[in-house]
Design a binder for this molecule. Structure first.
Ligand code: ATP
Ligand code: MG
Length: 288
């Protein structure tokens, strides 16, 4: 499967509706075929992560954005199931706290960036600042912004700020992967009903989720504008079909593996002096 298929080419104007099919499954027919490949990708990912951690030079920041019930949580759970927890950190971004609102909007993200050697996952992210905040302008009104920052061109400005922020990250070794899990409105309905019908899934559903669904078209528009303005050479967006869970997980895992592979990771090499020290230690241990 060509991962390029899902990339939003920088500079290109896309239409979410026309260009991206949420039900796309590539050449896969069923889960069984894909699950063997997913296990292999998870194993590869674990190997790359080990090198990423040992090399301690790059960090990988994975951003997950989606409508509710698109499968962010399941993707994190499955794709990251083989990685060493020591080198991985997940942050879920909710509505900002009073303290967070007292700062600029990137402040809380700065604090949550992964350390070198680590994989960081943002479950939702600063992109909400041009999504939920754009769809519900009353949220913007509560952000303590000066009037000159609240002008009409605010979204265009936020896109530019985010692009600059990401450029700064990437050129300092914090590599970005941005995924949008593209679920259809009808599949979301099915998943919501499933969450309501199955007691063990009830906790995953809130009435607010159903209310947000009423703003579906506004969100699609906000997402589309965001992709068209923030898919850059240094941090392009990937729009992943999300009506079929196993396909979403496999595709995300493959793209992460390919990105890590492209970094040419390697275990740190040991100096001659260190090698001599190892030999001395070995001799000491053997002569104990
Ligand atoms: P799930 O429902 O699968 O548990 P979730 O990511 O939807 O995961 P929720 O607690 O349901 O988590 O929702 C978090 C909410 O916080 C979302 O509605 C999101 O839009 C909102 N949010 C996130 N970032 C911001 C922000 N910067 N400003 C305002 N609201 C935000
Ligand atoms: Mg939710």
């Amino acid at each position: 499967m060509k991962n390029d298929l899902f990339i939003v080419k920088p500079g290109l104007k896309i239409s979410l509706k026309k260009d991206y099919d949420p039900a796309y499954k590539g050449e896969y027919i069923n889960k069984a075929g894909a699950s063997v490949q997913l296990s292999q990708s998870i194993e590869r990912l674990a190997k790359y992560q080990d090198m990423l951690y040992a090399q301690n030079t790059y960090a990988l920041l994975i951003i997950l954005q989606a409508m509710d019930a698109a499968g962010k949580d399941g993707t994190i759970k499955h794709v990251m199931s083989g990685v060493n927890p020591q080198g991985c950190q997940v942050f879920s971004f909710k509505s900002p706290s009073a303290e967070e609102l007292d700062h600029d909007y990137l402040w809380r993200s700065f604090k949550a960036l992964p350390e070198r050697g680590n994989i960081g996952i943002f479950n939702r992210s600063y992109y909400e600042e041009a999504l939920v905040v754009r769809v519900h302008q009353e949220i913007l009104d509560k952000q303590q912004l000066p009037p000159e920052a609240k002008t009409k061109d605010i979204w265009k400005r936020r896109f530019e700020e985010i692009n600059n922020f990401e450029k700064y990250l990437v050129s300092n070794g914090i590599i970005l992967l941005k995924f949008f899990l593209n679920v259809s409105k009808s599949e979301q309905k099915k998943r919501f009903l499933d969450r309501i019908n199955r007691p063990e899934k009830n906790w995953k559903f809130s009435v607010n989720d159903a209310k947000e669904r009423a703003f579906w078209n506004d969100y699609q528009k906000a997402y589309e504008d965001m992709f068209n303005n923030t898919s850059t050479k240094w941090a392009p967006w990937y729009i992943i079909p999300a009506d079929t869970k196993w396909f979403t997980r496999l595709t995300v895992a493959n793209i992460i593996c390919d990105k890590l592979k492209s970094l040419n990771l390697a275990y740190p090499t040991v100096s001659e002096e260190h090698k001599n020290q190892l030999l001395k230690a070995k001799e000491m241990l053997e002569n104990e």
